[in-house]
Design a protein around this ligand. Structure first.
Ligand SMILES: Nc1nc2c(ncn2[C@@H]2O[C@H](COP(=O)(O)OP(=O)(O)OP(=O)(O)O)[C@@H](O)[C@H]2O)c(=O)[nH]1
Ligand SMILES: [Zn+2]
Length: 293
């Protein structure tokens, strides 16, 4: 049988076995010998032993994999942003987009709290760059059906800065969730710096989503380990200009004859996107060679 690992706990992998329900599986000893750690999100082959118990036989090839939180096969990263309380700094969005683009994972920009502010500038910035960009309000329910359609049939992880409304949106998508919204005790309890537990949930619509705790702040570590010269490929709107710069190996930061800079000047590339690129480029340059993979 085949299924997806939704949760890992105390040595058991809970596999969504479709009609068979949730099957608690142990891994075969060979995984340990081969240093293979099954991850939440893994597509697996397993044998059912009794009603709700089984054994993992094989991990099918991964589409991608993240370390913090440890999860595999994320199809889409839904980046929640907001134009009001709090106003999202575009750099936070761009950093996550860059991570997603480097991992064969589709970024979706979802602007919440549109009842307070329609965030026209953010919306246009990401739409113009070619990202699927949605406007929603968890409060009024506006746009939530669009988000529902955007995540249908996929595995999606939700991310976004604190307070943008990730829990509220998941609750709006699936009232069964009943995630606690905006409570201080909850925020402390999540222990963002301690556990990195992650779990996937199948919504009634069939979409699979990663719960927020492990995903509320995507770690930048992996991004910073990327070579500076690879960063340009994670800004999709740069693509038409990359081979038009005067110098081979142009960093698109301040060189003369840089086609990317010219496009920023003309307004074809949003200035905030380029500013984020420069910031990530400078960060990437700081990483010593021996620290890279
Ligand atoms: N007006 C308005 N308020 C919202 C909306 N969505 C969420 N809120 C409010 O924003 C606050 C934060 O919402 P949460 O859902 O807890 O945000 P979060 O992103 O999960 O926050 P963290 O747990 O800190 O990561 C709460 O007071 C919500 O009621 C919205 O669409 N409109
Ligand atoms: Zn250039």
């Amino acid at each position: 049988m085949e299924g997806i690992i939704l949760k890992a706990l105390s040595g058991f992998y809970y596999v969504d076995g479709g009609e068979a329900g949730l099957i608690a599986c142990r891994g075969r000893g060979k995984f340990r010998h081969q240093h293979i750690t099954p991850l939440v999100g893994d597509r697996v082959r397993f044998t059912q032993l009794e009603a709700e118990k089984g054994i993992l036989e094989e991990i099918l090839p991964r589409k991608n994999q993240f370390q913090r939180p440890a999860v595999a096969n994320i199809d889409q990263l839904v980046i929640i942003a907001s134009g009001a309380i709090p106003i999202t700094d575009p750099f936070l969005i761009d950093r996550v987009i860059s991570i997603a683009e480097g991992r064969n994972c589709e970024p979706i920009v979802c602007i919440n709290k549109c009842d307070l502010d329609d965030a026209e500038e953010l919306f246009q910035t990401y739409r113009r760059c070619g990202f699927r960009t949605l406007r929603v309000s968890a409060e009024t329910g506006d746009g939530i059906p669009d988000l529902d359609r955007a995540i249908a049939g996929k595995i999606s992880a939700f991310t976004g800065n604190s307070g943008v409304g990730k829990s509220s949106i998941l609750n709006a998508l699936e009232p069964n969730f009943q995630l606690q919204v905006g409570e201080i005790s909850d925020k402390l309890g999540r222990g963002r710096h301690t556990t990195r537990h992650v779990e996937l949930f199948r919504l009634r619509s069939g979409a699979i989503v990663a719960d927020t705790p492990g995903f509320s702040s995507f770690d930048t570590e992996e991004n910073e380990l990327r070579r500076p010269e690879e960063l340009q490929y994670t800004f999709r709107e740069f693509a038409p200009y990359l081979d038009q710069c005067r110098y081979v190996g142009c960093s698109h930061v301040k060189e003369k004859g840089c086609a990317v800079l010219a496009a920023v000047k003309e307004g074809a590339i949003p200035a905030s996107r380029h500013a984020s690129y420069v910031r990530l480029y400078e960060q990437a340059k700081e990483v010593p060679e021996w620290e890279r993979k």
